[in-house]
Design a protein around this ligand. Sequence first.
Ligand SMILES: NC(=O)c1ccc[n+]([C@@H]2O[C@H](COP(=O)([O-])OP(=O)(O)OC[C@H]3O[C@@H](n4cnc5c(N)ncnc54)[C@H](OP(=O)(O)O)[C@@H]3O)[C@@H](O)[C@H]2O)c1
Length: 292
Amino acid sequence: MLLKDKNVVITGSGRGIGKAIAIACAKEGANVGLISRTIEELNNTKKEIEELGTGVKVVVKPADITKFEEIEKAFKEFNNELGLFNGVIANAGYSRMWATHEFINEKFAEILNVNVLGVFYTFKAAYPYMKKDDKKDKARFIITGSEAYPHAPSRLTAYVASKYAVVGMQKAMTAEYKKENINFTMVLPTQIDTSLLRGKKAGDGNKPEHVLNPWDLNDYYLFLLSEDANRIDNGLIFTYDFQEVKKVLTEAPSEKRENWEAFKDYFKEKAPKSYENVKNLGKLIDFIITRS
Ligand SMILES: NC(=O)c1ccc[n+]([C@@H]2O[C@H](COP(=O)([O-])OP(=O)(O)OC[C@H]3O[C@@H](n4cnc5c(N)ncnc54)[C@H](OP(=O)(O)O)[C@@H]3O)[C@@H](O)[C@H]2O)c1
């Protein structure tokens, strides 16, 4: 098991991407701490994990990540029940779409509060309890970003601002916490079939083909939490590029599919743009090949 006995806390784990990550971590042996505002959804995630029968600990704490006292209390309690954290995933997020000149002021502020202030609060509340003593297996702080960085789609100004902001925050924090053995990485998904993108239609079985399922991202988070990613710091995982990797892998001759070393020149020829974004993440491609 990849994450046996590790402790991972995931915000926004009541549904969508965070729920998929929590289940994937538990399948790999990690004890998990779950946060969102909706206790019923958190309990559903907990129930699904318990039904796996892996015996991991699942701790649920409803909290609003835009309220520091709430999240500070939640992380303290996670620490009491789980111990020090190997990984913290700042995944909770929020978005709304309007023309910029019509954007409701309070909604603009709310998006920044959840997606930027919420990431800062998550780190600040988690920091005292992150495991900082192991150079060979560093603590991980992983942010769920978005392809809104750098593509900046229109009518999403607040969301775009927030997802640009966390890229800058990650860079600053990487330098600041290097000596303390905390690595910072980000997964930047394309469109995913969750309520954030599709509202009540999420999971209805009618998603457009290019829209991925939340669990299609699991390998990225699992890899970033694993010992194989110990040297990856300030990493940006653009999921579009790794979907390209997966697609080209299915078409490649078998001898090219063995590992990154055998695959890389073939991939460079087939998808030169994506190659530039993945060429320093060969270990993740080996991970994908091994698990496929
Ligand atoms: N879906 C996509 O197409 C897509 C694409 C790129 C990036 N992302 C990113 O993926 C992340 C997860 O989103 P998702 O797509 O899985 O959306 P989702 O299904 O709506 O899930 C969002 C999660 O965040 C929680 N949350 C929201 N506001 C919160 C707050 N103030 N305090 C605590 N928890 C809060 C929600 O629970 P409560 O409402 O119960 O609190 C929920 O569990 C976000 O950062 C999003 O920006 C999504």
